[in-house]
Design a protein around this ligand. Structure first.
Ligand code: UDX
Ligand code: ADP
Length: 455
């Protein structure tokens, strides 16, 4: 039985390894992490991340061919193939701070691999990394004094949170990059063999290492660029009485453009988009391409503009002051179906509102704990509400931050009645029906569409 190890039991490593174990009973899959609490949670009924469908897959395989452990050394010793999916956040210090990737966790992982390995291994980069990281990884691994050989493979993860299990079970493509040497090709094939257990061959793409590393950054940059492009046009729609939904629906019908990822919003969040673009910006700067760096940086600037603009619209609508007003924040996760709040636009919106001295009542079906951590250092009046009806009671306004389907099912008549009047509804996700909400009595402010007010 071949042994697969995954170092890092987070949003990427956790679901990915569960699906590999599920689809490949002939492999033993072990996931290790230095975080004991996280591993204990993976071994419990209360998994550390919320992801639709994940529980079932883990239950099917755990204890059979899927194991979670903190014993990194043993895991490394026994493994034939090691997936590395440790965190690679944006650097907050020193050279490249705010842009470059912080590779300290990756380097520590490489060092623990050479400390504990006693045979040759294939090491697979799963974490998102700057291009040429595989070279650094290879140099560290080959600094071992025991003559051990490591093949580095890049196999970026394209799963999106909230749909991770489906994305893994039925991916558009699987990308596997390796060196163009005989050993490199052999290693690529070993990884192809894993995915070929359930992914049609034509969807498994093999490339050189550097193309694979860069593709991950480029895919996320292009997706984020689409969101920023649409959000920039939403601002223009609000000024011109064009309707962003009509514009994107019509533009998206052009098959060259396509219908997906054209939803206007308060902005993109998540652990990848901003980080990967910053990474791209840093790389372009490093390689002497300042114009290219600036081009991509604009995608992030537009994203920041969108949440500032949203708060600006709130203020303008509410007679230029929200001081001492209760505002119900519906949703805090960066998108629906996840409890993840990393880079969520809700963080920036809430902080701006707190600066304006608003009193916040925050509700999210899955992300309240993370919201509390994100706003731990923020001064002001914040209450975290398990019950959405409690959050809106006596509020002057509602701000919808996340596209949770369950918000659509709320009783908005009851909500309207329990609020201060005039009642404002700022829909940062265009989730709710404008006419219906207006009919109930709300003054409705969607994104990229004309506001509908009773004034
Ligand atoms: C993303 C990539 O999609 C995935 O392939 C990669 O592996 C990791 O990064 P994720 O961050 O989980 O996945 O979420 P995604 O669905 O891409 O959404 C990112 C953000 O963009 C969210 O905040 C979402 O609400 C926002 N978004 C998305 C929009 O505002 N409008 C859209 O039309 C689509
Ligand atoms: P991602 O969203 O990329 O999966 P996460 O932060 O959710 O990122 O997960 C990364 C995981 O990697 C964390 O649980 C962290 O504890 C783990 N990790 C970081 N460094 C190491 C290391 N040297 N050995 C084992 N696990 C590590």
């Amino acid at each position: 039985m071949k042994k697969i190890l995954c170092i890092g039991a987070g949003y990427v490593g956790g679901p990915t390894m569960a699906v590999i174990a599920d689809k490949c009973p002939q492999y033993t899959v072990t996931v290790v992490d230095i975080n004991e609490k996280r591993i204990a949670a993976w071994n419990s009924d209360d998994l550390p991340i919320y992801e639709p469908g994940l529980d079932e897959v883990v239950k099917r395989c755990r204890g059979k061919n899927l194991f979670y452990s903190t014993d990194v050394a043993k895991g490394i010793k026994e493994a034939d193939i090691i997936f590395v999916s440790v965190n690679t956040p944006t650097k907050t210090f020193g050279a490249g701070a705010g842009r470059a990737a912080d590779l300290q966790y990756l380097e520590k992982t490489a060092r623990s691999i050479i400390e504990h390995a006693d045979s040759d291994k294939i090491v697979v980069e799963k974490s998102t990394l700057p291009v040429r990281t595989a070279q650094a990884m290879s140099r560290i691994l080959h600094s071992n004094t025991r003559g051990l050989k490591f093949q580095i493979i890049s196999n970026p993860e394209f799963l999106a949170e909230g749909t991770a299990i489906n994305d893994l079970m039925d991916p558009d493509r699987v990308l596997i990059g390796g060196l163009e040497t005989e050993e490199g090709k052999k290693a690529i094939n070993e990884i192809v063999e894993i995915y070929a257990n359930w992914v049609p061959r034509e969807r498994i793409i093999t490339t050189n290492l550097w193309s694979s590393e860069l593709t991950k950054l480029v895919s996320n940059a292009l997706l984020a660029q689409r969101v920023s492009s649409v959000n920039s046009i939403s601002a223009l729609c609000e000024k011109t009485e064009a309707n962003i939904n009509e514009v994107t629906a019509a533009a998206g019908r052009d098959t060259r453009i396509g219908a997906k990822f054209l939803k206007a919003s308060i902005g993109f969040g998540g652990s990848c988009f901003k980080k990967d673009i910053l990474n791209l910006v840093y790389l372009c700067g490093y390689y002497g391409l300042p114009e290219v760096a600036e081009y991509w940086e604009q995608v992030i600037k537009m994203n920041e503009f969108q949440s500032r603009r949203f708060v600006g619209n709130m203020l303008a609508a509410m007679f230029n002051t929200v001081a001492d007003k209760k505002i119900a924040i519906l949703g805090f996760a960066f998108k629906a179906d996840t409890g993840d709040t990393r880079e969520s636009p809700a963080i920036s919106v809430c902080r701006q509102l707190l600066e304006e001295r608003a009193r916040l009542r925050i509700h999210d079906p899955k992300a309240l704990e993370n919201a509390q951590l994100d706003l731990e250092d923020a001064a002001g009046d914040i209450t975290y509400c398990e019950d959405p009806y409690e959050a809106v009671k006596g509020a002057h306004a509602i701000a919808v931050m996340t596209d949770w389907k369950c918000f659509k099912e709320l009783d908005f008549k009851r909500i309207y009645e329990s609020m201060e009047k005039p009642a404002f509804l700022f829909d940062g996700r265009n989730l709710l029906d404008v006419d219906e909400m207006y009919g109930i009595g709300f003054n409705v402010y969607p994104i990229g569409k004309k506001a509908k007010t009773h004034f």
